[in-house]
Design a protein around this ligand. Structure first.
Ligand code: DHB
Ligand code: FE
Length: 282
């Protein structure tokens, strides 16, 4: 039997990856952040799933404006860290789970009506590797397999929050029908409020972010109608990445047990917030 055991929501700020890669954790700027995520790392040490379905957005590293898949699933045996302009991060290659990934593709595309782009080759950028580093620090090899699910967050029109939430629910059904044994986690990355460009560059909206986490954990249905107009207004042009947390939340039952929550700002240009949710039905 396969089951979804936990979910996590976390931003994927690239400078967190750089701080880890360059051993800056003890520096004055970084210490409060890394102290705050210590419990995240402790929790993950004792709660390793077999496979993470890792929902993230590519930032024009693998895809460009030439081809913009709304949802793209990684089916390969492994995924190389992408060169984001200053060389790939010095992190292990990400190992895939093709057997489960093809099952997800079959169910989600043919039965559930989600027209995923299928990727047999996919280099993964900070959107995917930074959350792995937040959870697992600097291992020689990642301790889990990863199925990348890339969502277009960089170019309007993005998939609606409602569609993202529905995809999460479809993922839960697809995992439940997998004939093999797997403990599966689903992570949603990106957000929280941040805007990297234009007149409102530097925008943070900590109150909105705090309420978003609260609603996500305890009343996710109330977020289903959230629009990109509201997300843009309240969380900035890159804060819209929060929509991907709704895929994670949709994959878990309404009943969850929150294991840890931590907020800290600023982290680079981002208001950081993390929540770990255990499936409350297991
Ligand atoms: C930052 C955050 C992101 O989510 C991203 O993709 C790039 C940069 C930042 O805060 O610097
Ligand atoms: Fe991002």
């Amino acid at each position: 039997m396969a089951k979804i055991v936990h979910g996590m929501g976390s931003p994927h700020v690239p400078s967190i990856g750089a701080a880890i890669d360059h051993h800056k954790e003890a520096e004055e700027y970084w210490k409060p952040f890394f102290d705050g995520i210590e419990p995240v790392r402790d929790w993950h040490k004792n709660n390793l799933p077999d496979t993470i379905i890792l929902v993230y957005n590519d930032h024009a590293s693998t895809f460009s404006l030439q081809t913009i898949p709304t949802f793209a699933l990684g089916l390969a045996d492994e995924f190389e860290p992408a060169d984001e302009g200053y060389g790939p991060r010095p992190v292990p290659v990400v190992k895939g789970d093709p057997e489960l990934a093809w099952h997800l593709a079959n169910v989600l595309v043919s039965d559930e009506g989600f027209d995923l782009t299928l990727c047999n080759e996919l280099d993964v950028d900070h959107g995917l590797t930074v959350p792995l580093s937040i959870a697992y620090n600097r291992p020689d090899a990642w301790p889990v397999k990863v199925i990348p699910l890339a969502v277009n967050m960089v170019q309007a029109p993005q998939p609606s929050v409602k569609r993202c939430y529905a995809l999460g629910k479809a993922i839960a059904r697809a995992v439940a029908s997998f004939p093999g044994e797997r403990n599966v986690a689903v992570w949603g990355t990106g957000g929280m409020s941040h805007q990297l460009q234009g007149e409102r560059a530097g925008l943070l909206n900590v109150e909105y972010d705090a309420q978003f986490i609260e609603d996500l954990v305890n009343n996710p249905d109330s977020l289903e109608g959230l629009t990109y107009t509201e997300l843009l207004r309240e969380t900035g042009s890159e804060g819209v990445e929060l929509a991907m947390w709704m895929i994670m939340r949709g994959a878990l039952p309404l009943e969850v047990q929150e294991q840890y929550r931590f907020m800290h700002r600023p982290v680079s240009n981002t208001s950081y917030g993390v929540t770990i949710l255990k499936n409350g039905e297991l």
